[in-house]
Write a protein that binds this ligand. Sequence first.
Ligand SMILES: Cc1cc2nc3c(=O)[nH]c(=O)nc-3n(C[C@H](O)[C@H](O)[C@H](O)COP(=O)(O)O)c2cc1C
Length: 167
Amino acid sequence: MSIPTHAAGIDAPRALRRAFSAFPTGVVGIGALVDEKPVGMAVNSFTSISLEPALVAVSVARTSSTWPILAAAPQLGLSILGSEHQALCRQLSSRSPDRFADASWHATEGGAVLIENAALWLECGVHSVLDGGDHEIILLNVLGAEFFPEVEPLVFHQSAFRGLQSQ
Ligand SMILES: Cc1cc2nc3c(=O)[nH]c(=O)nc-3n(C[C@H](O)[C@H](O)[C@H](O)COP(=O)(O)O)c2cc1C
């Protein structure tokens, strides 16, 4: 399939989004306590960036109404979702006023919201924000990490949830 990336017209971004979905990713729940309530969103644009200093990145759509609220929080929790988190992932990207309803989570002293049964927890602060076209690239300092190697991660590929399969 050829992707008309330079073509005018509304179908180019849609075709590109579909093409980019060929790249399988994990899914991350980003959360923070705001006025004592958990606020968050699901992202699959997470990537590790640097070891020293410890940095990760996510890209967030400029149209996001949740990101500006999260960006104002002193600390953010990033939870790499596990294979059991399909429904929660949908909820974290939904229009629900309480995206954490029925979820098991806790908040750290710094206000980072972390989801139970995740494959990895990261406590982060915003390092810097870079231009990413219709997204912003958010570089995050990793302030703390807890790894759960026994948890199978949720995999997102071609707009569907999948699991890992050993070769
Ligand atoms: C699997 C999955 C991955 C997503 N990844 C991103 C992402 O990387 N960046 C982003 O801005 N939104 C992403 N979203 C969309 C957000 O979760 C959310 O729906 C969006 O921010 C709209 O809500 P808001 O206006 O409250 O921010 C993703 C949604 C899903 C289901």
